[in-house]
Write a protein that binds this ligand. Structure first.
Ligand SMILES: [Zn+2]
Length: 125
């Protein structure tokens, strides 16, 4: 019997890469330790990613909130980027007529490739 050919069709453990020699054909881990290690790592990656996005949203809010406090409703996008604004991160987006209205929590704004405008904070939440 050609064992090498047989082994090629056997799955490898997603965590350690060892060959899974027995069990169900759809088994993905060689043991329970590898299974929990893998799932813990996936959960950690998810947490880190969410924390990173939350930090970007917080930074955007700081920048937009400063504009609102200064009574400025329009700003150059280039300057916003220099301050650390991330235009691809927002908490809401909806279409209003021909334009999109973006949201960072209670602050709404419109945006083109050149500027952020109509920046306003919602009242009476
Ligand atoms: Zn393993």
């Amino acid at each position: 019997m050609d064992y090498k050919k047989f082994e090629r069709h056997m799955p490898y453990c997603l965590e350690c890469g060892d060959l899974i020699r027995y069990g169900r054909t759809d088994k993905r881990f060689c043991c329970d330790d590898c299974k929990s290690k893998y799932h813990n790592e996936q959960a950690k990656k998810g947490r880190l990613y969410r924390n990173k996005v939350n930090a970007l949203i917080r930074k955007n809010y700081e920048i937009l909130d400063l504009l609102v406090h200064e009574g400025i409703d329009s700003a150059d996008l280039g300057e916003m980027l220099l301050r650390g604004f991330t235009p691809t991160v927002m908490t809401s987006c909806h279409r209003s007529g021909r334009h999109h209205v973006y949201g960072c929590y209670d602050i709404k704004y419109r945006m083109t490739e050149a500027k952020v405008y109509s920046v306003m904070k919602l009242k009476n939440l």
